[in-house]
Every structure is written in structure tokens, then in C-alpha cells.
Design a protein around this ligand. Sequence first.
Ligand SMILES: *Cc1c(COP(=O)(O)O)cnc(C)c1O
Length: 396
Amino acid sequence: MYEDYLERDDFGFVTRAINEGYNPDDDAYNAIVPPISLSTSFQQQGPSQNKGFLYGRFGNPSRQMLEQCLSSLDNAKYALCFSSGLGATSAVLNLLSPGDHIVAGDDLYGGSHRLLSKVAGRLNIQTNFVDFSDLSNVEQAITKETKLIWLESPTNPLLKITDIAKVSEIAHQHENVIVAVDNTFLTPYFQKPLSLGADIVMYSLTKYMNGHGDVVMGSVAVNDLHLYEKLKFLQNIMGIVPSPFDCYLVNRSLKTLALRMEQHMKSSMAVGLYLESHPQVDKVLHPGLPSHPQHTLLKKQCYGYSGMISFYIKGGLHETKIFLASLKIIRHGGSLGNYTSQAMIPALMTHTALTPEERTRLGITDNLIRMSVGLEAKNDIIADISQAFQAIREQN
Ligand SMILES: *Cc1c(COP(=O)(O)O)cnc(C)c1O
């Protein structure tokens, strides 16, 4: 089904996910599993003399291990972890000054949209939100003041794909414009924005990267030392740092990232094909399927596709509500990338800040459902969807 994806160029990914950032030989007791260091303070051998750590906010061994592992997964020189995905985005935003300008995608994650429009806007940093599936929009939106291009690919919830290499090329024709890609939906296992020319890759580690639904955390990875130093300063001085315990959990989760992503892909492809064949479905949005208008672009810039799928069912709010209320193993919820499948209505949950007219214009209508296909047996996921459609038929 997916043998037509590009051959992977980094089979070492899984081995690096398991080994990078920690060597048992360096531990006092040679523990094979990386230990958690909860201490907020570190004994100094003398003034400014230590083993790399002084105070917990500046850095600690558990965070350092995770950051090293994360940088390796993106083939990046540096990575930094933050208290949440939006914390990571706030640090990137704080690279800018009043009067600077941002060009961003028009169907971004709701929180990122609010951060750019409501917080940055108040600091006199204006953002133009444009549709990145037509790159002339991006070209036209760049001004002398533009310092940052912020994009997601795929977008949320419409799963449109942006040509990251082309956007980077356009941006870098201008001086001092940096390109940041929110890679939360695909993870470095399926997409490496830095290799495509972006300057910053950002994650909500809360989603696939941790994958167990029990940590809120974010990260960025970069290759430029100067950019890294500025972001590291902001991580510390803005106080947007994660706890050592959470770092331990995310680091643990990275060991199974590749296996989980492979299964998310297999199951979401099966669910997508099932939905495409279902008479109560109007349209399926799944970049991994040949029916998606940008499937060729996805195959060019990615190694595969995750568990994110959106679909329009026949009918309106009445039908979508019955559908969600009838699901038995798929949970009704707004998060994604966890071992549990979750579904929701974007028009009622994540995109309420838009007016009904804006939602209609973008295609975020009441009959649109977004689903994160989890790690349950795929036949059980499909059977659950099937019985929810039957519930609609019975109640109509
Ligand atoms: C969840 C999410 C975020 C925000 O991350 P938090 O960890 O919740 O702060 C940003 N971008 C995308 C695509 C997300 O799904």
C-alpha cells in the first residue's frame, strides 16, 4: 500500500532514537535506562567549576539527554525543550521586535493562531495569514519588515501540504527572513524540514513524539549556532522549561517513535480507504492516499504519513453529533498522536475563534470530522466507525 513512498535515507533513525543522548558507561551505577535527575541545584567544585550544571532552570541532565536525542532525530546540530509546544513557539516569537512582520499559514493550530494574532499583535508584531498551498500568496505577503515565516505541513484540520523547499527558497531571497516549520503532525520520522531548507523545526512533543498522552512539552531544533544561543537564552530567561520527570517520559517515548509511526500510518491508510468507500462519506482528506490533491508533493518531501485524517460526512451537525456520540473505542477529544484514537468536530472544538463565514470559506464546515487514528487493532477502529454510521442511519 505504501511501498511507493521514497526509500528511507536514514535507517539509523531507530538506533539513534534508542541510543543518542545517554551512555550507560557515564552513569555512576551504569544504569541501562537513563536515570531521572530531579535536583534543582548542583554541587560546584569551585566558583564556576562544575560538570556542566548549576541550577535546574538553566539546564539539567534529564533535559540535556532528551535535547541531544531530539537533535539527532532531525539531523540537527542543536535542540531545545520547552514547557509546551506554545512555549517553544513563544520563544521563536521573542526573536522578533516591535515593528517586525510575520507571514503564517491560514489554517494553523488554533493556539498558534491566537498567539500570533492576539499576543504578537499587541506587541506591534503584525502577522499576515495566507494560504500556503499557493506560493504566490507567500511571495506577495513578504515585506521589508518580514522576519519570520511560520507554517505547518500538513495543516490543521484540512491537511494541506506545503512545499517546504520552495517556501525556504522564496524566504531566503530576502535578508534576515527565517522559516520555521511546525512538524508536530509528521515527526522527524516522516519529515525533516531542516533538510528541506527551513531554519527552525518546532514540535508539540505532547502529541506523537511523546505519544502516550501524559506529558505537555515542546521543542525546537536548529543548525545555526547563533540562533541556538538566542533561543537557549530565551528558554532560560523566559522560564519556559520542562520538568526533568517529563523529559524522562518523552525520552522514553522516543525509543518507540518509529514503531508507533509505522502503525499509525498503516492504520490511517486502512481507515482512509474504508472511509473513501463508504456511502455516508462525502470526501476524505488523507495526504497518504492517491486521491489527495498534493499526494505527489507529500511523497516528494516525506517518508510516509501519520495517523491524521479528516473527512466530510453526508449531512450536517445533527449527523456529526450522532457519529461522535456513538463511537465506542474511538475517544471524543481534541488532542492527537496518542495510542488512543480520538475524533472531534473542528467547527465546534478547535476553530470556534473563526466566524461561521470564515469557517465556510476555509472548508471547516459542521460535517467535517478530524480523527487521530491510534494504535488499537485497525479492524476494531474500522468496526467502530462502521457502527457509528449505522447509528446515524437508525436515528434518521
Ligand atoms: C498541540 C499543538 C500545538 C501546541 O502544543 P502544546 O504542547 O499544546 O502547547 C502546536 N501545533 C500543533 C500542530 C499542535 O497540534
